[in-house]
Design a protein around this ligand. Structure first.
Ligand SMILES: [Zn+2]
Ligand SMILES: [Zn+2]
Length: 321
């Protein structure tokens, strides 16, 4: 026989952790009708997660974004250099700079990255490495200029070096260093981990970056390829990458979320930080919210896969006829 619980006893047991009270995520999953509903439940009113849901919603039309944004240090050792719709991150170390992505063109490198670093008190000639998250021109566009002028080494996953070799764009950097899954890149005592997360392109890479705020140390994640692919095999690959990266960020204790596109409320958060430099850092989400970012991606991707599968099933009779 099950004893009836009074509301007070229920509250006491719950407070003591003696009841299996559903977590927000489990409750969201149980109540959700579709993966998209699950994602929206997870996001709640969180502006970072709501922006992610919006960005991954099928047929989304992107708002008009500013063409460029003033450079800003998001953390003591991390600067954002933004062209507005796409951003590069500079990891500043005692022995030089690791640049994550290089914006869209040599002109962006000349007009945004170089003066941006100088404005923040960093020397662009100290760029030692350019980590290109994937082989699309909005991420490698400025790499060649930085390699030619400053001798920066350019890193990309071999699958995306191959992608560039096949398409041979005139502005691509010369093939240089390969990134392998789990690659450790160390400069000036700072070690980044570079994880292979294919799906957006075959060689997309997502970094995990140690960052500092005063005497506090944090761990940032940066998802390298935001826009989901369209074919079912690529979507499944992308979802598997989201899930493996989620495991890795949990293991790393990631508590900061960054993106190379402003699908994460990133431009607004940068302006909040600029306006209130001594307030809470809006990029510091804490571990549960940072993991939830990947949980929202996971749910949205499952929605995209279900949509694509349904479209395929509907398409079957037409192919047969
Ligand atoms: Zn891309
Ligand atoms: Zn892009």
């Amino acid at each position: 026989m099950t004893p009836r619980l009074s509301r007070r006893n229920f509250g006491l047991l719950a407070a003591a952790g003696l009841l299996a009270v559903p977590t927000t995520r489990a409750a969201a999953a149980a109540a959700a009708q579709t993966p998209y509903d699950e994602a929206r439940e997870l996001a709640g009113t969180d502006p970072v997660l709501c922006a992610l849901v919006a960005a991954l919603t099928p047929g989304v039309s992107y708002p008009t974004l500013p063409s460029a944004q003033a450079p800003i240090r998001l953390f003591d050792n991390l600067a954002m250099l933004s062209a507005g719709w796409v951003s590069a991150m500079a990891v500043l170390t005692d022995d030089g700079i690791v640049l994550i992505d290089a914006l869209t063109s040599p002109a962006d490198a000349e007009n945004i990255i170089v003066p941006g670093l100088r404005a923040l008190g960093a020397d662009p000639a100290a760029i030692k490495y350019v980590v290109v998250t994937h082989g699309h021109s909005d991420h490698y566009g400025g790499a060649r200029l930085l390699a030619d002028r400053y001798g920066a080494r350019v890193l990309m996953h071999p699958a995306d070096w191959d992608l560039l070799a096949r398409t041979a764009p005139a502005d691509a950097p010369a093939r240089d260093l390969d990134i392998l899954d789990g690659h450790r890149l160390t400069l000036g005592g700072t070690t980044l981990r570079l994880h292979h997360t294919p799906g957006h392109t075959p060689g997309t890479v997502s970094p995990i970056i140690p960052v500092r705020a005063g005497d506090r140390r944090h761990t940032a994640m940066l998802w390298g390829g935001m826009l989901p692919p369209t074919t079912l095999p690529d979507l499944r690959t992308y979802l598997a990458s989201v899930q493996s990266f989620r495991t890795r960020i949990v293991h790393a204790g990631a508590d900061v979320e960054l993106s190379n596109h402003p699908n994460d409320h990133g431009l607004e958060r940068a302006e909040q930080l600029r306006a209130h430099p001594d307030g809470p850092n809006p990029f510091l989400l804490g571990r549960p919210r940072t993991e939830r970012f990947t949980a929202v991606m996971d749910a949205m991707l499952r929605g995209r896969i279900a949509d694509t599968e349904a479209a395929g099933i509907r398409a079957e009779p037409h192919r047969c006829c």
